[in-house]
Design a protein around this ligand. Structure first.
Ligand code: CU
Length: 489
């Protein structure tokens, strides 16, 4: 072992009993600023997204095999404006079939990028994607049936920021990379040599794949950023395969201004916010009165391991440190009014549907599920309403423009439920009201005890050839059959 490797092992990482290496660092590295493709000023050419085989050093000193979208790991931050149509050319060169789903966009099924819109290796998918909705933080990722988990984990994901006239003229920080930052949080597993690994067993399938190292924008945490005096805006995506992350600030509350589908009616202060895989929140950090602050991550509830493995037993660790410089930045105040958001009206619902998420189906069905291209490793199949995902079956038919109540319940464990093609409002979560920061526009809802209910309306078509999906966003559960599909006509 050479000296550098020795130092890395003793200072940066620590050996774990059960195999695998948790990497952390005592000195934060700079926050990687993901390059932005800003289309808000106009679109002249087609927008190219090239899915590539690549390699990337997360900070272990060793390159890991990855997928990237125009980059060596993850994709660019796309910034577009309401009213535009995005002419994408998605070129697949990863050596395997893939898809790119636009998570959070209100778009017809035929351009949704779900498992029916396969892009074969060596070919190009060219959807024209209309941006109809208001300002919101969305993302895109692989949705290849049976392979979503491994392809997304390897790097097929990116952020798509939608702006509108109100957000562009709002009194909020919006200078990208200066006072407005996009953070993609993920957990990774690295082997002893520092290479990213992904391995599944039946036991791993139960919880989904969980790494032991926190990564921010492709760099091992903690990372640090120097910021000007004033308000700082953090747009945060939990792009973990399976980890729920509890976020808090080193100093002061978490000031939330937006959830998955757009701005809250007013900013909400919370001691911490719980983010499932797939969720997005925007927060403001006031750097007027403090010289430093930090975004901390802890693991909520059960599941153990992660933080203990990662941080020498500490329950909380720093994802991002903010250090204030003398420079003057955004000097506005935290806004009190953000968006006009009426309370949801459940009385408008014409239909109520029930979805039971199931961790385990019988052996007969599990065998069938494999034939339907679900991937469960050594585990039995998972299902919704007794049926594992079946590509050539339609589970629900929704009438376009109808308001519906969807009631989601579980037989075990905490699951994050996602619906394509819409934003919804949470009526109840685990039998009670959602936290105030989750009371605005959402496309993800937590389901643990009892049930959760959402109020949803679909305004775009999804035919039987290009249906929408609903599924658990623990990606291994999704691949293993905890998914269904529906038409909107
Ligand atoms: Cu699940």
């Amino acid at each position: 072992m050479d000296r550098r490797a020795f130092l890395r092992t003793t200072c940066a990482g620590m050996l774990l009993a059960g195999g695998g290496m948790a990497w952390a660092q005592s000195t934060p590295r700079p926050l990687p600023i993901i390059p932005v493709t800003d289309l808000t000023g106009g679109i002249e050419d087609r927008v190219s997204l090239a899915l590539n085989l690549s390699s990337h050093d997360f900070g272990t000193g060793v390159a890991s095999q990855t997928f990237g979208i125009n980059h060596d790991y993850l994709g660019p931050v796309l910034r577009a404006k309401q009213g535009q149509t995005l002419p994408f050319d998605v070129t697949n060169n990863i050596g395997d079939t893939s898809t790119i789903h636009w998570h959070g966009l209100h778009i017809p099924g035929e351009v949704d990028g779900g498992p029916h819109q396969e892009v074969k290796n060596g070919s190009v998918w060219s959807p024209d994607v209309p941006i109809v909705q208001h300002a919101s933080m969305n993302w895109f990722h692989s949705h290849m049936h049976g392979k979503t988990a491994q392809q997304t984990y390897k790097g097929l994901a990116g952020v798509l920021l939608v702006e509108d006239d109100a957000s562009l003229s709002s009194d909020l920080p919006k200078t990208y990379g200066v006072d407005d930052f996009t953070l993609i949080l993920q957990d990774k597993m690295f082997d002893g040599s520092g290479k990213m690994e992904y391995e599944l067993s039946a036991a791993v399938f139960e919880d989904g794949f969980e790494g032991n190292t926190l990564v921010v924008n492709g760099a091992i945490a903690p990372v640090a950023q120097t910021v000007p005096t004033g308000l700082i805006r953090l747009r945060i995506l939990n792009a973990c395969n399976a980890r729920f992350l509890s976020l808090s600030m080193e100093t002061g509350p978490v000031t939330v201004i937006a959830s998955d589908g757009g701005f809250l009616s007013a900013s909400v202060e919370a001691e911490s916010i719980l983010m499932s895989p797939g969720e997005r929140y925007e927060i403001l950090v006031d750097m007027n009165s403090v010289e430093t602050n930090a975004l901390n991550v802890s693991l909520d509830g059960e599941g153990g391991g992660f933080l203990a493995n990662l941080f020498g037993g500490n329950k909380t660790t720093t994802a991002l440190s903010l250090n204030r410089s003398a420079a003057k930045g955004f000097d506005g105040a935290i806004p009190t009014q953000l968006a006009n958001l009426e309370p949801p009206q459940p009385a408008d619902a014409a239909v109520t549907r029930s979805f039971q998420l199931e961790m385990d189906v019988g052996a007969d069905l599990a065998a069938l599920a494999l034939a339907w291209d679900n991937y469960c490793g050594d585990a039995g199949a998972m299902a919704i309403n007794g049926q594992p995902m079946k590509m050539d079956g339609i589970d629900d038919e929704v009438r376009k423009g109808d308001t519906e109540i969807w009631r989601i319940s579980v037989d075990d464990q905490l699951h994050p439920f996602h619906i394509h093609g819409c934003s919804f409002r949470i009526l109840s979560q685990n039998g009670g009201p959602p936290p105030a920061y989750a009371a605005g526009w959402k496309d993800m809802v937590h389901v643990e005890e009892g049930w959760s209910e959402v109020l949803v309306r679909f305004d775009y078509e999804a035919t039987k050839d290009a249906p929408y999906m609903y599924h658990c966003h623990i990606l291994e559960h999704e691949d293993c059959g905890m998914m269904g599909q529906f038409t909107v006509t």
